[in-house]
Ligand binder design. Structure first.
Ligand code: DCP
Ligand code: MG
Length: 363
């Protein structure tokens, strides 16, 4: 039996808006949004809960938000400040968990399986973290506590704002049976509709569909649906974000216009790429080579090729030379910048983990 994990998902409440209210208390209780100006085709980044009662939400045009709530105050975002506060969240998180995975400025997964805080109770740890955020930063966050990432994320939304919810291993089966599929991260309107046509509204309905049918209808995501419908999610908490690619580039002091000079630059880039990739190599598998060429008129072209077709090493400079030779004539102009890179596939746990990693657009 694998060790039972304890995962906490934390998500700040109406993050940007709460920061603005904290720093300007007379805004409290009034409908407030942070975003772009209505008269400049701006959009809403977030709205506080008072504004949400008018139907205002993230990504809505600010002009529409103003129409729904003429008294709405829309403040411009202060990203530097939000980034700063996010870093302060993480200082607190790291007191409780070695493994912390940021999903965005206001959202993170914590693996507290081995934490000794609060007699090892993840529920109490979450409570303590929320209290510290409130005391030290003057903000509220909500938390979900569960045996895996999928359930922890669903749970953090359960008692939002300023709440928390725990799903114990014993409760998982009963919980997922009732869970509407639209609560699954990644199931948007289109997928929900498609599932609806198949008679699926809850995870209990989803459990009735065989894996083959789901894969046929939803591709790789079908496997993930099959798993999460049963409350299964083996994705690990990863302390840094999963990379999809890595690249190095060089801008030349003087534009270059001949192949030997390009080849010399490519050699340097490949060697730099080898060093850079070496640092993360145990966690990734390179799937494609990429070259980027920016011409002296700032137009650019890129070329990608799958690796390993002829069994050569991923950092075989000759392959990069060949690609540059093939791509350069597309513009046939002097070159001001060259780049070399790799597309990556994460290597985590079982093949199933990899499948779910690709099935979930947020990872
Ligand atoms: N954000 C954005 N554009 C979006 C969604 C979000 O700029 N389309 C920003 C503003 C949010 C922050 O990211 O404050 C965090 O996003 P959340 O989805 O967690 O939303 P909130 O924290 O604002 O609200 P909630 O209480 O629902 O978590
Ligand atoms: Mg949030």
């Amino acid at each position: 039996m694998p060790e039972q994990r304890k995962i906490i998902h934390i998500d700040a409440d109406s993050f940007y808006a709460s920061v603005e209210t904290r720093d300007n208390p007379e805004l409290r209780g009034k409908p407030l949004a942070v975003g772009g100006r209505a008269d400049r085709r701006g959009v809403i980044a977030t709205a506080n809960y008072e504004a949400r009662t008018f139907g205002i939400h993230s990504a809505m045009a600010s002009s529409r938000a103003m129409a729904l709530c003429p008294g709405l105050l829309i403040l411009p975002p202060r990203f530097e400040l939000y980034r700063d506060i996010s870093a302060q969240f993480h200082v607190i998180f790291r007191d409780y968990a070695d493994l912390v995975e940021p999903l965005s400025l206001d959202e993170a997964y914590l693996d507290v399986t081995r934490s000794r805080h609060c007699q090892g109770s993840a529920t109490l740890i979450a409570r303590e973290i929320r209290q510290r955020v409130r005391d030290q930063l003057g903000l509220t966050v909500s938390a979900g506590i569960a045996p895996n990432k999928f359930l922890a994320k669903v749970a953090s939304d359960w008692n939002k704002p300023d709440g928390q919810f725990t799903i114990t291993p014993q409760q998982v089966n009963a919980f997922v049976l009732e869970l509407p599929v639209k609560k699954i991260n990644g199931v948007g309107k289109v997928t929900a509709k498609k599932l609806g046509k198949m008679g699926v509204r809850t995870c209990a309905d989803l459990q009735q569909l065989p894996l083959e049918i789901l894969v046929k209808r939803f591709g790789k995501y079908g496997q993930r649906l099959f798993n999460v419908a049963r409350g299964v999610d083996n994705r690990q908490v990863q302390s840094s974000r999963v990379r999809k690619s890595i690249s190095v580039e060089r801008t030349f002091v003087a534009d270059i216009d001949n192949m030997p000079a390009m080849a010399a630059a490519v050699d340097e880039l490949v060697s730099e790429l080898t060093t850079r990739f070496g640092k993360i190599a145990p966690r990734y598998f390179p799937t494609k080579r990429v070259v980027k060429i920016k011409y002296n008129d700032f137009t650019q072209t890129t070329l990608e090729e799958a690796i390993g077709v002829s069994g050569e090493a991923w950092n075989d400079a000759r392959q990069f030379h060949r690609m540059v030779t093939a791509a350069w004539p597309r513009g046939a102009k002097p070159v001001r910048l060259l780049g070399a890179g790799l597309r990556l596939r994460p290597l985590v746990g079982s093949d199933l983990d990899q499948l779910s990693l690709f099935g979930d657009s947020r990872t």
